[in-house]
Design a protein around this ligand. Structure first.
Ligand code: BMA
Length: 824
């Protein structure tokens, strides 16, 4: 669409000769599919996958409901065939070049065009282009056979004299989470995962343009447009025009002698792209146009921001720094690990991307890590991150396993890396390329070397080296040298003391090793790239799992929706330590969300207080790929758990945060902004009826981009009962509540929460108040909508105003839970 629109503008500008732009015909229509051995065909959706096609044709039950997953395993053991018919018009047929471009085939696919085999593909992450000029006619049939992956995996495994950790999936280049994860179902689907295009062109086609930034300062930016073109012999030079924000920047004439060439250009007084919490994520519209003989042959337009970004690792007195410097400014990274939004990627809409990324920005996140067991995301994901000022830590798609190192595998991965690095390198959001998730740590710490011969150990490790210290960094170096490459996340396993003094860390002492959350107060690494805790999803997701209106969590339906072998008991153990155990399922769900949220916030605050020692916190995990009990802060249906609401506060650019050290109360103000702040830090200890027990007000100034300890107060002589008070700190409109006892020991009172509800534009305004402090107040309703805040405290005799956004005109079923009611 964009191409056509631009073409019209240029034609008018040039005024005479007809342009000769390549054309793309997307083959999304008229698809049918069947099981290879069957005879009946059914309608298919492309892009998509076999499971959802079966579902849409009522051939299977919803894989996400109850334990249906278990009954659907046969699908991955079958071969599936997809076919479609398409017409090509006369004008297109006459073009000199016709090729089919496959943007995603998952995975072992044989493609036939009019009965000729044109492609055997074996990598779901790659893009394949095939010259089909000799085969294409006005009426065509395309047929794709997807063979099941086990066949290939068994073949590859048999070539080795030993078993790879972890078998099977490592041989197939497809999303690794399809094989099941500790938050995901085993639904190893197959199908046409991205569009297929018929591309036609005459004299020249731009395969790729990289707007490479060579130099950037406040006065000017030097860039070059690096072209990769395909062309027929042209007798005259071509003309290359570069437009920036629709203004012609440069015109270059050149005679084509090779497929690659570059054209330099400058931007004066450049505006920078910033992570959204530091500045505006400004994007230039950059357009490269190739003309010949007065005609436009091809053009490419991209939105691109100008920024420098570097991962800074410098030796210091304790170890090595690990932080991102953007435009020379150290930026504290706040965010989460992102997994695919659906087990079936074809179901994810542009609106889903928009909503989830808005939820990330809304919770004050400026970085997401695209985790290595998922997918190199769709273009729209990175376009939105560019626009919204979210930095991306991009893993290559390898996770929790050791991978083969034979020549064919390495070559396949090399092509995959080239395809994806080239596809993503114009995106300003990309801040880091990382080799894999936990492969290094796993090899050294998960017992994977036990019972292996030295020869085997050496071979597996050499394969690791070849891939993660050879192929992948070489590709990044060659194609995206402005971005750093990091071999593996985490750098060191948690048992290695260096995990706290250098590199990035995954703190699974919490959860997997069942350490208390207080451990996070002391164990602060340089950059936390994973830590997390599970909670139950929303009532809505629970009903989905049950396949009915029940919020029972002990039903049979739940058997497959807790993927961690000790999941239920870990949640319960942590709950028992600090919280009352409710009897009713719906209360247990609420309590599990509080355990997760309050525990994680303890970590976020400790890490942020410790800046610049620590310079980032990315929790595990932002989202879900199906309805499940997991570490996510947003469930599969888009509902925020308590943690997402509390993360939003804990990630605010200005944070007031308190800790008690040996009977000394200490309050920090963390300021991620580049401005100096001044204001009054108001701290008061009140009882649950609002009586002030201690109060301190002081004028403070907080430097930019820092964390500063602003208040120290000895509690040695205090006479108050720790279970009956809360510290309320306030600075420039930011508040923080600090409790001195574990939640279950708090002597909270029960009292009614008074509410008024009135309609406002786009929803309802809710006012809540109570004569006593109400802790972790949870609002819910079966009316679909969104609360502006939730799981908040109501201070005694203070009114809290919440907005409920909804399309509904009535709202009569507001329900309220308060933690107070669980104190016995
Ligand atoms: C981390 C992740 C995932 C996993 C999570 C929870 O290691 O990288 O592999 O889902 O822990 O166990």
């Amino acid at each position: 669409m964009k191409r056509l629109f631009l073409a019209i503008i240029i034609v008018t500008a040039v005024g005479c000769k007809k342009d000769d732009l390549p054309k793309s015909q997307v083959l999304n229509e008229n698809w049918e599919f069947k099981k290879s051995a069957d005879t009946s065909w059914y309608a298919a959706k492309v892009p998509g996958q076999v499971h959802t096609d079966l579902l849409n044709n009522q051939r299977i039950e919803d894989p996400f409901v109850a334990n249906n997953e278990l009954d659907l395993q046969w699908i991955s053991e079958e071969d599936w065939v997809y076919k479609s018919k398409f017409s090509v018009d006369e004008e297109t047929l006459k073009r000199k070049h016709l090729e089919l471009k496959f943007n995603g085939l998952d995975t072992y696919a044989s493609v036939f065009l009019n009965d000729s085999l044109i492609l055997n593909s074996k990598n779901a992450f790659r893009t394949y282009s095939v010259d089909v000029k000799p085969i294409v006619k006005s009426e065509n049939e395309i047929r794709i056979v997807f063979e099941h992956t086990t066949k290939y995996e068994t073949l590859e495994a048999e070539k080795l004299s030993y078993q790879m950790p972890v078998d099977r999936r490592v041989f197939t280049r497809k999303p690794q989470f399809h094989y099941g994860w500790d938050w995901g179902p085993i639904l190893t689907s197959s199908g046409i995962s991205r569009t297929i295009e018929l591309i036609s062109w005459n004299d020249l086609k731009i395969k790729d343009v990289y707007f490479k930034q060579n130099y950037l300062d406040d006065d000017s930016a030097s860039l070059q447009a690096e072209f990769d073109v395909e062309y027929d012999v042209l007798s005259e030079p071509i003309e290359v025009e570069i437009f920036i924000n629709d203004e012609l920047k440069s015109t270059t004439e050149l005679s084509l002698v090779s497929n690659t060439f570059s054209v330099p250009f400058q931007i004066k007084n450049p505006k920078r792209w910033w992570p959204h919490n530091i500045g505006a994520p400004y994007l230039y519209t950059m357009r490269a146009v190739i003309k010949y003989d007065g005609r436009v042959l091809d053009m490419v337009e991209k939105k691109k921001g100008l920024r420098t970004v570097a991962l800074i690792r410098e030796k210091d007195s304790v170890g090595k720094t690990f932080y991102f410097k953007v435009n020379e400014v150290p930026v504290y990274a706040k965010g989460a690990n992102y997994i695919p939004q659906h087990s079936f990627q074809g179901e994810v809409t542009d609106e889903d991307y928009e909503r989830l990324l808005n939820d990330a920005v809304d919770a004050n996140m400026n970085m997401l890590r695209v985790w290595g067991g998922g997918i190199y995301e769709e273009d729209i994901f990175y376009e939105l991150c560019d626009e919204k000022g979210i930095m991306i830590w991009q893993d290559f798609m390898f996770a929790c396993a050791m991978y083969p190192g034979d020549t064919a595998f390495l070559e396949n991965v090399k092509q995959e890396a080239i395809d994806n690095v080239k596809r993503l390198r114009n995106h300003s959001s990309i801040a880091l390329w990382c080799g894999n998730n936990e492969n290094n740590e796993a090899w050294h710490n998960w017992g994977w070397q036990t019972d292996r011969s030295q020869e085997e150990i050496d071979e597996i490790w050499e394969s690791y080296q070849a891939l993660f210290n050879g192929v992948l960094p070489d590709v990044v170096n060659q194609y995206h040298s402005e971005i750093n490459y990091w071999e593996s996340s985490p750098s060191f396993g948690r048992r290695d003391p260096r995990s706290l003094t250098e590199g990035d860390a995954h703190d699974w002492w919490i959860w997997h090793d069942e350490y208390p959350f207080e451990h996070l107060l002391e164990a602060v690494p340089r950059f936390m790239s994973e830590f997390g805790f599970q909670a139950f999803p929303s009532y809505e997701a629970i009903k989905y799992i049950n396949g009915n209106d029940s919020i029972s969590i002990s039903s049979k339906a739940f058997d497959t929706h807790q993927k961690h072998p000790r999941g239920y008991s870990i949640i319960r153990n942590y709950m028992e330590r600090d919280y009352p155990i409710p009897e009713k399922d719906e209360d247990y769900v609420y309590m599990s969300q509080l355990v997760q949220a309050n525990g994680m916030v303890l970590g976020f605050e400790a890490q942020r207080r410790a800046r610049p020692y620590n310079m980032g916190t990315l929790y595990w995990q932002l989202n879900d790929c199906w309805p499940v009990i997991s570490w996510s802060s947003i469930d599969y249906l888009g509902n925020w758990k308590a943690m997402h609401f509390k993360t939003k506060k804990a990630f605010g650019d200005v944070l007031v945060s308190t800790k008690v050290d040996n009977d000394t109360l200490k309050t920090w103000i963390v300021n991620d902004k580049l401005d100096v702040l001044s204001g009054v830090l108001n701290s008061k200890i009140i009882d649950f009826n609002g009586r002030i027990i201690w109060e301190n007000k002081q004028q403070v100034e907080v430097s930019s981009n820092t964390s500063e300890l602003k208040l120290q107060h000895s509690l040695g002589d205090s006479t108050f009962n720790k279970s009956k008070v809360v510290l309320v700190s306030e600075f420039n409109g930011k508040t923080n509540h600090y409790y001195f006892s574990r939640p279950k020991d708090l002597a909270l009172h029960t009292a009614e929460i008074l509410k008024t509800i009135e309609p406002t534009e786009g929803g309802f305004k809710i006012e809540l108040s109570s004569p006593t402090l109400q802790k972790d107040v949870f609002l819910y309703s079966s009316t679909k909508g969104r609360f502006s805040d939730n799981f908040f405290d109501i201070l005694p005799n203070t009114t809290v105003v919440i907005k409920f956004e909804t399309d509904h005109k009535t709202f009569e079923d507001l329900q309220i839970k308060s933690f107070n009611n669980f104190i016995r």
